[in-house]
Design a protein around this ligand. Structure first.
Ligand SMILES: [Zn+2]
Length: 890
């Protein structure tokens, strides 16, 4: 599948003519190459393009000789071979010239068609690109691997009513024929093919300059350009932050951010022209939610971080995708915590680690750095392990080295490898010769400790070996379970490989270098200890009542407290839960339930621990509690265990009633307070908590009577719509507002409400229509399918729909893509019966090479097996515990 390395492209000259009426395009690609070995065969990528002519030019300037090339196609490998009559001379410059045509793609990748409807109802067409990871070859023949960096001169032909944008600023426009204009863009810096981008549209834009003179613009469809201001300001602030933080100027004169009406993922970091789903970029000051503000800020921050991590310095091959994505994810938190402190993003960071652990705890997980070859395998790298785990282990390293030392290491890395490609070890080598923050570096490169360092800090004496330590996190899958046993002043620590559902960890020999941190009842100063061996012992200065490891959840591991360790911590939470941070509280909730899964902690003890949530007011512990408790009744819903299911749902509302009752029906407070309010009111209304339902019904009536033009407090809208959608009339009214709304937040809120209907015909209609893409965009289909897959009435429909339309879905969303994984797990991973397990296994194995080998299939099978085991083991206990809990309340 890989291209030979002896033909090296240096520069591309691209001319592309997009015809938005016939939905076709044609182009000429000229590539300047040199050969490092004498060969007469030039192999490069081309996919779904009709090559009409290929020639080879020798030499430069006036004295060029031209020779036709024979073209051989190899569609399964997405390659073409150009055959010259004699071998190329090593080191001489050649230019290959290829004329070709193609159709605008009907999917979301390559050079693809997108449409939108104006306020007046007119449908307009535009064409945009999405090349990462392997779709540049669908727009022009190229050496489509990240290590083949080259410069690009791009020319786009278009009609006068459209405009074209690309990576670089427009240099000039020439009229090439009646009604046909050719835009010439400036030459790019050296970059990978997957970062090339161009858009032909009738977008409008708004612009601002950064302090260093970079022109930042946001592009959107004309009716929504008034929603561009928030992202524009955020982009200017963030770009200025990164120039300062990385100490490397942004190398291009401009940065455009474009909102594309049809977009598969959230956004894409094309150099100088980042592209976004509309909901990830456009902010409507009236209607957008607090979570959408947070989401847009994080997404813009992510794409701009890529302009350095990914664009300037690129992974050599997709096996190290995490060097792009883990970093960009991590930088979201580093940058936004400084540029937008009011969003308090540091509070949310560890949630990413739990997301990663969810899949990383399965046997089907993979190391952060994993060999991949074909496009489907490459697509599969865009997962929680590359993004979230990557970010979490970087955060752990930063906590270990100190923020300043960490920063100086990554700056060194970016400077050294600018315009080049890297592997895992290049990063660690850049980190190797730096000292922890409170140490000083000597001329000889050794670090020495500051005077007040604590003696528990073992690693400083042993010196830093970042590479050996980090290899244990990137080259082996999964994460360790740390078991703590306290005997007087002695703390025994033990590490083992954690696999979900497996009581006794398999003897894998996996061992991590774990930077442990802890606090105790006697000291809230963070103590540190690097655990490199299977077991070790720490000695405390005095005996303690409780000890909490993984302070602030900065480490990528979970912790079990032997003997009465959990009882002490549960006692602490029930007494004064604020003695430890909200991150620590949330991590205790998470870890307790992880331990239930492997039988180290009883379900009763884990549930007892959640009872403290009666007094909790912070967003993350509450969300973590919901993340653990809601899936339990979801499993019951799919087993028809009505009585206990109802009792469990009632327990959940009882647990949070105090906090629910405290919520005002307004938009007051910080972003996290507002997000908490929105989710709590939704939960209360969906679980039919009457005070909530009645209020929501009242609001819905008023809103409907005002023709949907009444502006409701945003934080309550989701709950109000969810209640409104329960009647057929309300559902229809919501749908009519969906069609005319220009606000992404409002559309998403309505969409969610429509999907929780209990009416099967309506649910089936949503699946059909979003799949078709006329009145509901196909980009919404994965979310709709998943939401209906979570609906107790709708899940059989969703599962049926996925099976019946598998081939078309894979064509549209690509085999191995995150969207496909999201749909597979969204429709199946809450199954908890053997019959469903057999259905899932049978269906996916029947797909053969068209899906049976996908990692998401293994993940979902493993998860269903665990669900079955979990229910068999815990269901009766939950039933008994609930009765007890009720008695206790009487
Ligand atoms: Zn990214």
């Amino acid at each position: 599948m890989r291209l030979p390395e002896h033909i090296i492209p240096a520069h591309y000259d691209l001319m592309i003519h997009a015809n938005l009426t016939t939905l076709t395009f044609g182009g000429t690609t000229q590539i300047e190459i040199t050969a490092s070995e004498p060969t007469s065969t030039i192999i490069l990528h081309s996919h779904h393009l009709q090559v009409s002519k290929a020639t080879l030019r020798k030499g430069g300037g006036e004295r060029q000789a031209e020779e036709p090339l024979r073209v051989l196609e190899n569609p399964p490998q997405e390659q073409i071979a150009l055959l010259a009559s004699e071998p190329l001379v090593v080191g001489l410059p050649y230019t290959i010239v290829i004329d070709y045509t193609g159709n605008l793609s009907e999917s979301f990748h390559g050079f693809y068609k997108s449409t939108y409807r104006t306020k007046e109802g007119e449908v307009r067409v535009l064409a945009s690109t999405q090349f990462e990871p392997t779709a540049a070859r669908m727009a022009f023949p190229c050496f489509d691997e990240p290590a083949f960096k080259a410069s690009f001169l791009i020319k786009i032909r278009r009609e006068p009513r459209h405009l074209a944008i690309s990576n670089m600023p427009l240099v000039k426009s020439v009229i090439v024929a009646e009604g046909l204009i050719e835009d010439h863009f400036d030459v790019t810096v050296k970059m990978s093919t997957y970062l090339v981008a161009f858009i032909v549209s009738d977008f409008k834009s708004v612009s601002k300059m950064t302090k260093s003179g970079v022109k930042v613009s946001v592009y959107a469809v004309p009716d929504k350009i008034n929603q561009a201001d928030y992202a524009l300001d955020a982009a200017v602030t963030l770009l200025e932050f990164y120039e300062d933080y990385f100490n490397i100027p942004y190398p291009l004169p401009k940065q455009d951010l474009a909102a594309i009406p049809d977009f598969q993922s959230g956004a894409m970091e094309n150099w100088g022209l980042t592209t976004y789903r509309e909901s990830s970029l456009l902010f409507d000051a009236e209607k957008s939610s607090a979570s959408s503000k947070l989401g847009i800020t994080m997404t813009v921050s992510h794409e701009l971080a890529h302009q350095w991590f990914g664009n300037l310095v690129t992974m050599e091959w997709w096996n190290d995708l995490w060097l792009n994505e883990g970093f960009a994810k991590f930088m979201e938190f580093v940058s936004v915590s400084v540029t937008h402190p009011e969003l308090k993003v540091e509070e949310y960071f560890f949630g990413k680690c739990f997301d990663a652990m969810e899949v990383d705890a399965l046997n089907s997980s993979h190391p952060v750095s994993t060999p991949v070859e074909n496009p489907a395998q490459i697509q599969e790298m865009f997962d929680e392990v590359s993004y979230e785990k990557g970010a979490c282990i970087l955060n752990m390293l930063r906590d270990y080295l100190g923020a300043d030392a960490f920063k100086s290491g990554i700056v060194k890395y970016l400077q050294k490898y600018s315009y080049k490609n890297t592997k895992n070890e290049d990063l660690w080598n850049s980190m190797a010769s730096i000292c922890p923050t409170d140490d000083t570096q000597h001329m000889d490169g050794f670090c020495s400790r500051g005077e007040h360092s604590s003696s528990t800090v073992h690693w400083r004496r042993e010196g830093l070996d970042v590479k050996t330590m980090m290899n244990t996190w990137t080259l082996q899958k999964g994460f360790p379970l740390i078991t703590i046993t306290v005997r007087g002043r002695n703390v025994h620590v033990k590490q083992e490989y954690y696999v979900k559902g497996v009581a006794d960890a398999p003897e894998t020999g996996l061992l991590w270098h774990v930077p442990l941190t802890f606090i105790t009842s006697k000291s809230d100063a963070v103590q540190r200890f690097l655990l490199k061996t299977r077991t070790d012992v720490l000695i405390l200065p005095e005996e303690v009542e409780w000890i909490k490891f993984n302070v602030g959840m900065n480490g990528y591991y979970i912790v079990h407290y032997e003997d009465d360790g959990w009882d002490s911590l549960t006692g602490l939470l029930k007494g004064t839960h604020t003695a430890i941070s909200s991150n620590d509280r949330a991590s205790l909730i998470n870890n307790a339930f992880q331990l239930v899964s492997i039988g180290k902690l009883s379900i009763e003890k884990a549930l007892d621990l959640t009872l403290y949530l009666k007094h909790e007011t912070e967003i993350m512990p509450v969300f973590q509690g919901l993340n653990e408790l809601i899936p339990m009744y979801k499993l019951m819903e799919k087993r028809e265990m009505n009585e206990v299911e109802t009792q469990f749902k009632a327990f959940l509302i009882r647990l949070l009633r105090g906090l629910i009752d405290k919520q005002t029906w307004t938009d007051e407070g910080s972003v996290s307070e507002r997000m908490l309010r929105s989710q709590l009111l939704l939960l209360a209304c969906v679980r039919k908590y009457q005070p909530c339902v009645q209020k929501a019904e009242g609001y819905f009536r008023q809103w409907q009577e005002a023709g949907g033009n009444l502006s409701l407090p945003n934080d309550v809208t989701l709950a109000v719509f969810a209640v409104g959608a329960q009647t057929l009339e309300g559902w229809d009214f919501l749908y009519s507002k969906y069609q005319s709304s220009l606000s992404s937040t409002e559309k998403n809120q309505i969409e969610f409400a429509l999907c929780i209907s209990q009416n099967k015909e309506k649910l089936q209609w949503l699946l059909d229509q979003s799949f078709k893409g006329d009145v509901i965009k196909t980009q919404e289909f994965p979310d709709i399918l998943r939401a209906i897959g979570r609906n107790p009435v709708g899940y059989p429909l969703a599962w049926q729909f996925l099976r019946e339309n598998w081939n078309k879905l894979v064509q549209k969303f690509e085999l191995g893509s995150n969207s496909i994984a999201y749909m597979v797990t969204g429709t199946t991973n809450q199954f908890s019966t053997r019959a469903r397990l057999e259905e899932v296994k049978e269906f996916f194995s029947s797909l053969k090479e068209n899906g049976s080998q996908l990692r998401c299939v293994q993940q979902t099978i493993e998860t269903i097996e665990e669900n079955i085991r979990w229910m068999d083991k815990n269901f009766d206990k939950i039933k008994a515990w609930l009765q007890n809990e009720q008695l206790n309340l009487l």
